[in-house]
Design a protein around this ligand. Structure first.
Ligand code: NAD
Length: 541
């Protein structure tokens, strides 16, 4: 039992390193990249105290060089999923009863391991597995992950400190118990930080977890597991399985001890999972917590008062960084007719300067998309746009998968504000632009709100305060993260809690106390010091 009210270290955001030529961090990450590139890593399942090699394997390769194999990972069968659930449940009592400061210490140690000895490795693994430039890897796999771990420790203590009032006759307490059962974490390919945070946040609050990473992120997931182990995470607290997502999910959701899901990924998959949970609801011991951050069709709107250079620069960053594969990436833009020539002049100047290629060459701003499925989907929409009368490709439009899954940064200009690429999430480097008449500013705000099922991020650019206020009000329900004169990407833990509504998710704001609250089930305890011995109240006399 704790013998003190312990303070945790004040969480501060991890500074982003520059990786400019000549810096030591650049040298280190390139060495780590070469080492991992030339290695052949084998990733087993991590269940309880076992590392299981099932013999049924798949290869891992880099999206920017898909023929180059960097290792293999083992696929689970149904019995391994059942074993992972049993291991999580077996580990639960000891973990849930461990004093919070010991849980905190493990995750704070993990943050320091990433900040120091593992920084180059986790960044290099992310550059290879997800084809991120060093800057994109650094802000994700190093900084955001460190921030999640440090800030969540602080948020955890804020939650524990949130206690009801008491008086001299009775003492009220709230205990923040972990959920009764186990938590299932299902993670996407696009952020190493999200992959680590979804299982870690639930585990930090005392839960044990079955974690299923994306097939396209196993290579960097392995580094996360190594770090958690080195930080002292006990066996069975986070059990890691790979394989057929439907089989794994169906097995997990059929278990009566399933207590919650922490999901990030596409909307369709989340809705399928939700409906399966609904069908199984009579079998569960408790109502499962359902937390999901899903798709987006994120917008930029420029008011006629906006600065066109700012609009163009932020549209380029917002739409094309990490090849548009951020859930928050700008994928539809609304520009006023009066400003379009100036914005276009900036695009004409800047877009041809974007260099595409391997992230190992650090002069590249842009690399490959994640896999062949994504490449083919993007090529399909680009081809459609080439043929549709209401669309025109004004930049990019080229693609080539002979070496890596490369799709050029592409801008489609449409005359139809409901054109399919204004509504559908493509999850790639394609921005669709609609030009509105200046006098239609108000209607365009309404149009944005009514186009697409999502409500994740959005940005308004304007120098006119009245217009900014008008946009913020009109778009209140159109984005869970709303930006003024900034790109709609790049949320920082502790600064901009992240999440969207409508079809974009349950808006439980990753990297905030609100999210951690979903992983506890409070118990209220009232203790009366002098207990009455007569049932009669004074008014009865
Ligand atoms: P995805 O939906 O393909 O996969 C996400 C996870 O679900 C993976 O682990 C995958 O294996 C699993 N999965 C796939 N099919 C499944 C099924 N039928 N049943 C159960 N699990 C299944 O998504 P992705 O391509 O990895 O990631 C991109 C998507 O994630 C985009 O839609 C993006 O907007 C979204 N995303 C959202 C946020 C957010 O915070 N809102 C953040 C990152 C990514």
């Amino acid at each position: 039992m704790p013998k003190g009210f312990f303070n945790v270290p004040k969480a501060i955001n991890e500074p982003v390193k520059s990786y400019a030529p000549g810096t030591p961090e650049r040298e280190k990450v390139l060495v780590a990249y070469k080492e991992l590139w030339n290695s052949s890593i084998e990733v087993p399942l991590y269940i309880g105290n076992q590392e299981i090699k099932t013999g049924n394997t798949r290869t891992m390769s880099a999206p920017h060089h898909h023929k180059h194999v960097v290792g293999t990972y083992h696929l689970a069968e149904k019995q391994h999923i059942e074993l992972a659930i049993t291991s999580a449940l077996d580990a639960r009592t000891a973990w849930a009863n461990l004093a919070w400061e010991h849980r905190a210490a493990i995750f704070l140690k993990a943050a320091e391991l990433i900040a120091g000895p593992y920084r180059a490795k986790i960044n290099a693994a992310t550059m290879i597995a997800q084809s991120k430039t060093i800057h994109q890897a650094e802000i994700d796999a190093a900084c955001e992950l460190i921030d999640f771990l440090r800030f969540n420790v602080e948020f955890m203590t804020q939650i524990y400190k949130d206690q009801p009032t008491s008086d001299s006759q009775f003492w009220n307490k709230v205990e923040y118990r972990p959920l009764e059962g186990f938590v299932y974490a299902v993670t996407p390919f696009n952020f190493t930080a999200i992959a680590a945070n979804l299982p870690a946040s639930a585990a930090m609050m005392g839960n044990t977890v079955v974690w299923k990473p994306s097939d396209s992120q196993v290579f960097s997931a392995k580094v996360i597991i190594d770090i958690f182990k080195e930080a002292g995470l006990p066996n069975g607290v986070i059990n890691v399985v790979f394989g057929d997502p439907v089989m794994i999910t169906d097995t997990v959701l059929a278990n009566p001890d399933f207590a919650g899901i922490h999901y990030t990924g596409s909307t369709f998959v989340f809705k399928e999972i939700w409906s399966k949970i609904g069908s199984n609801i009579h079998y569960y011991k408790t109502y499962p917590r359902i937390v999901g951050e899903t798709g987006g069709k994120d917008f930029i709107i420029a008011h006629p008062s906006a600065n066109p250079k700012q609009v163009a620069a932020n549209a380029i960053r917002g739409a094309f960084e990490f090849q548009g594969q951020k859930c928050s990436a700008a994928s539809r833009a609304y520009f006023p007719k009066s400003l379009w020539p100036a914005i276009k002049a900036e695009f004409d100047k800047e877009i041809p300067t974007i260099k595409m290629g391997s992230p190992e060459d650090m002069s590249n701003f842009f690399t490959a998309v994640i896999h062949e499925g994504s490449f083919d989907k993007l090529a399909y929409y680009i081809e459609q746009a080439k043929h549709d009368a209401d669309a025109e490709i004004i930049y990019g439009g080229g693609y080539d998968k002979s070496v890596g899954y490369f799709v050029e940064p592409t801008i489609i200009l449409t005359t139809n504000p409901k054109y399919k690429t204004m509504e559908t999430e493509l999850f790639g480097p394609v921005l669709t632009v609609y030009i509105y008449e200046d006098k239609d500013w108000k209607n365009t705000l309404q149009l944005i709100d009514e186009t697409s099922e999502y409500a994740l991020t959005g940005a308004v650019f304007s120098e006119d305060r009245y217009a900014i206020e008008e946009a913020a009000k009109a778009l209140e329900n159109s984005a869970g993260n709303f930006y003024i004169n900034d790109k709609p990407t790049g949320a920082v833990v502790g600064n901009q809690p992240f999440g969207g509504a409508r079809a974009s998710g349950t808006n439980d704001k990753a990297g905030s106390a609100q999210n951690l609250l979903r992983w506890v089930s409070p118990r209220t305890i009232k203790e009366t010091f002098v207990t009455p011995v007569d049932y009669r109240y004074p008014f009865l006399k």
